[in-house]
Design a protein around this ligand. Structure first.
Ligand code: LER
Ligand code: MN
Length: 265
């Protein structure tokens, strides 16, 4: 397993992401601390300077395990389940542009809040149908890019909160490049047993986020990471584990405490 750290490539209102002006300085810091990769939360790939980004990544020999896309919804209100077909179309087009970026960086694309929330007057069946259609269209765009649906806790969305609902949804989508991303912060709120849910996800587990129960760095809350990592190993999980944590008490300390904890496990 490899360790990554999540940062945003632009300012964002989502609190569990570090952003300060100089992306390259962050990349260098993360490398110096000993991380294997840096996960990027990207609002709009068209606004990124890919040449600058890839040369900073190559200089620091860091890979990008995954690309987060939630800001599409948080900052711009685009989603796969919006009643307005033009908004749904724009959300699909934007995710296709993330898929194009992910292809260049050999990364997974995260399907988080872009799924949206249940809208008044729209049946569950209808929003599920829109979501399945959107996922199939995006997954067909480039079958070598994996899409990972993240079950997200009830306070952020009311669509796919649990691992079981994530699994039943990917069965319906039925595309080989569509799987799951599990996040310990969300699982701690929604799952009867974090360990059992990891076992349940097994071969569909494409990616993993860690944060402690309070979304601080691992070790700052009450999640049992020793048991969790041994379950991931038993499950033959060889992917990345990315720390998606609040930048508290400050971003540098949060990143340092995470890797110190990881090394002790
Ligand atoms: C994104 O990975 C995440 O975990 C969500 O909390 C985004 O809102
Ligand atoms: Mn997450």
């Amino acid at each position: 397993m490899k360790l990554g750290f999540v940062i945003s490539t632009q300012p964002t209102s989502f609190s569990a992401l570090v952003y300060e002006e100089a992306l390259e300085a962050h990349i260098a810091k993360i490398k110096k601390l000993g991380y294997d990769g840096i996960e990027l939360a990207v609002r709009n790939p068209e606004l990124l300077d890919i040449g600058y980004l890839t040369s900073a990544l190559n200089r620091n020999r860091l890979t990008v395990p995954a690309i987060g896309t939630g800001q599409i919804f948080c900052e711009e209100g685009l989603s796969f389940t919006n009643p307005d077909p033009a908004i749904r179309k724009e959300a699909i087009m934007r995710i296709k542009s993330h898929i194009n970026l992910a292809d260049k960086l050999n990364a997974i694309v995260i399907i988080g809040l872009v799924r949206g929330k249940k809208e008044t007057g729209i049946t569950n069946e209808q929003s599920e149908q829109w979501l399945i259609e959107a996922l199939r269209e995006c997954a067909s765009e480039n079958k070598s890019v994996k899409l990972a649906i993240e079950p997200i806790n009830r306070y952020e969305t009311d669509i796919i909160n649990t691992v079981a609902s994530g699994l039943s949804f990917i069965e319906k989508v039925n595309m080989e490049n569509v799987g799951l991303l599990l996040d310990t912060f969300h699982m701690n709120i929604e799952e009867p047993s974090i360990i059992q849910s990891i076992v349940l996800a097994k071969e569909y587990l494409f990616h993993f986020h860690i944060a402690d129960s309070n979304r601080w760095y691992p070790g700052a809350g009450h999640i049992n990471f020793t048991e969790l990592f041994s379950t991931l190993k038993k499950n033959d999980y060889h992917g990345f584990v990315s720390a998606e944590i609040l930048p508290l008490p400050d971003p540098d300390t949060a990143a340092l405490k995470t890797i110190e904890y990881w090394k002790k496990l």
